[in-house]
Every structure is written in structure tokens, then in C-alpha cells.
Ligand binder design. Structure first.
Ligand code: XMP
Ligand code: MG
Length: 183
């Protein structure tokens, strides 16, 4: 499904599927270099990062283990509550692992800064972040993000894994959700 097919609910396409896939190839090549000889573990943050993880992991040139964590800080709204809840914990032991967190988007940064601290406390050797999208103007805390796909304006976006009330995740592009849909 392309953004053009649901035009009345979206105001603008910000990043197309083609742009995303080209960026994932670029970041994957860099990650392959940076993590050569290391004990890499990809950790996807459910559910928003499912598409990024699927395409990014397959852009890597080698077999790589992956794990998932589900946290929640939003509920059904469009603003972060700042309270992070673990809904599904990791299956893997992080001790001595070089963890790369795969995120859909950094908005306030609250979720990620909590995750970074949490993973470091579990004995990970290193913890870095790849976020496909980042909203620089929405930052409430500074998060050290080693790999960023695209900086975008401070608007609520959907598609490529990102949802509003569980809708739009299967949209191929990233688009701005029309305010009339959620207000
Ligand atoms: P924070 O604010 O903690 O964001 O950096 C954490 C999570 O909130 C979701 N999020 C969004 N989801 N459109 C969405 O569909 C957005 O514009 C948006 N901004 C934040 C997302 O899951 C992120 O990981
Ligand atoms: Mg979400």
C-alpha cells in the first residue's frame, strides 16, 4: 500500500520506500565495517521497528542474531508519557554482547535513553542505536544515536512500521498523519 492510496488521511509523504531502502543499504554497509569481528546482536524495539529490522537485517552481508523487546510509552495517543513499561523482555543474555538497538523513530528520546541505561546495566559490552527517523525539534533528552536514517520535522508520522492506533503500519512510505484523524 502506497501513501497515494489513502491521500485524505495523510498530508505529505516525507520518505518514500525507495529512499528508505537505499538508506538501509548505506547504513548496513557501515555497520558491517564497524562491527567486523565483534559480537553483534540486533535488538528490535517492537512493534514500530519491525519493517526496519526486516529490511536492514537482510541488507547486512552476514548472518546476524536478533532479539526483540516490547516497551510502551504511548498507549493510543500521539504524545510520549515518559513512563516506559516492559511488555516483552529480551530472550538473549546481553553479557559481553555488542548490542545495536534498531528503532523506528526517536521523538522525545525518553524511550531510548531508558533502554540504553537498561541494556548497559545488563552487562552489554557496547550499546549503540540505529534509528530510521529522528525528530530533532522534539528532543526532551539528548540520546547518543550512532546511525540515523532521516531527520524529519516535528509532526506525527505513520507508515513503514509506524502506527496510529495500530493502523498504517503496512504503508510502504513514511507520511505525515492528517491532524483530523487524531484530534
Ligand atoms: P520517544 O518520544 O520516547 O518515542 O522518543 C518512542 C516511541 O514512540 C513512537 N513514536 C511515534 N510513532 N509516529 C508514530 O507512529 C510518530 O510520529 C512517533 N513518534 C514517536 C515510536 O514507537 C517510538 O519508538
Ligand atoms: Mg508506536
Amino acid at each position: 500500500m502506497r501513501a497515494a492510496e489513502i491521500q485524505n488521511e495523510l498530508t505529505e509523504v516525507l520518505v518514500t520506500e525507495e529512499q528508505i531502502l537505499a538508506k538501509l543499504d548505506e547504513v548496513a554497509a557501515q555497520v558491517a565495517l564497524d562491527y567486523a569481528g565483534k559480537n553483534l546482536l540486533l535488538v528490535g524495539v517492537l512493534k514500530g521497528a519491525i519493517m526496519v529490522m526486516a529490511d536492514f537485517s537482510r541488507a547486512l552481508p552476514t548472518v546476524v542474531p536478533m532479539d526483540w523487546m516490547a516497551v510502551s510509552s504511548y498507549g493510543a495517543g500521539t504524545k510520549s508519557s515518559g513512563v516506559v513499561q516492559i511488555r516483552k523482555d529480551l530472550d538473549e543474555d546481553l553479557h559481553d554482547r555488542d548490542v545495536l538497538i534498531i528503532e523506528d523513530i526517536i521523538d522525545s528520546g525518553l524511550t531510548l535513553s531508558w533502554l540504553l541505561e537498561n541494556f548497559e546495566s545488563r552487562g552489554a559490552k557496547s550499546v549503540e542505536v540505529f534509528a530510521l527517523l529522528r525528530k530533532p525539534d522534539a528532543a526532551k533528552v539528548q540520546v547518543d544515536c550512532k546511525y540515523v536514517g532521516f531527520d524529519i520535522p516535528n509532526e506525527f508520522v505513520v507508515g513503514y512500521g509506524l502506527d496510529y492506533a495500530e493502523r498504517y503500519r503496512n504503508l510502504r512510505d513514511v507520511a505525515i498523519l492528517a491532524p483530523h484523524v487524531y484530534s
